[in-house]
Design a protein around this ligand. Sequence first.
Ligand code: DC
Length: 213
Amino acid sequence: MIIAIDGPAAAGKGTLARRLADEFGFAYLDTGGLYRAVGLSVLRSGGNPADAGAAEVASANLDLALLDDPALRAEETGNAASKVAVLPIVRSNLLDFQRNFASNPPGDATGAVLDGRDIGTVVCPDADLKLFVTASAEVRAKRRYRELEERGLEPEFHVILTDVRERDERDMNRKDAPLRPAEDALLLDTSNLDIDAVFLRAAALVNEHRSPQ
Ligand code: DC
């Protein structure tokens, strides 16, 4: 079974995807991590993430060790990821890896959960279940604010909100594989739901869409 979870930054996709994967014994791929690894690699080499040449090289030679690098989660890396993600060559370099993961999940997993921006529309258009997880920009910025505070940082709310809005703008308006719900995606607005409620709703949908074993 393939589950595609798409949505904007900080909507809670990652937490939901990981919990669903644990619950059903499926493999999980955070596809944003791949774009972040490309962005981080460009930043580390002193390049500009919007420069196609540097991003092409980094995506063609994807360094999977970067997926475990603590700097992968930094705001700066997320912004760099959103910039390299605009480039069609980067997207096409990362496509095979994602499709292979979905059709041959590692280990003995009988399914895969992928989260990102274009899983239901481009990477796995035939996914068995497509969820589009969203929440208002304010709610998402508040969640990110709390997350950063918990990590001992001193974030500024207005900076985070501006950042979330800029990222939405770039992810939704790029030409290649923009962020949007697939026509057959089910929408989950998490603005007024906590993670347990979101998980229960999504798990019920997985059970409904699961083929009998
Ligand atoms: O989900 P995230 O914040 O880790 O993603 C970082 C950036 O990567 C996001 O702003 C856009 C890009 N991305 C993408 O274009 N397509 C995906 N499937 C996943 C992420």
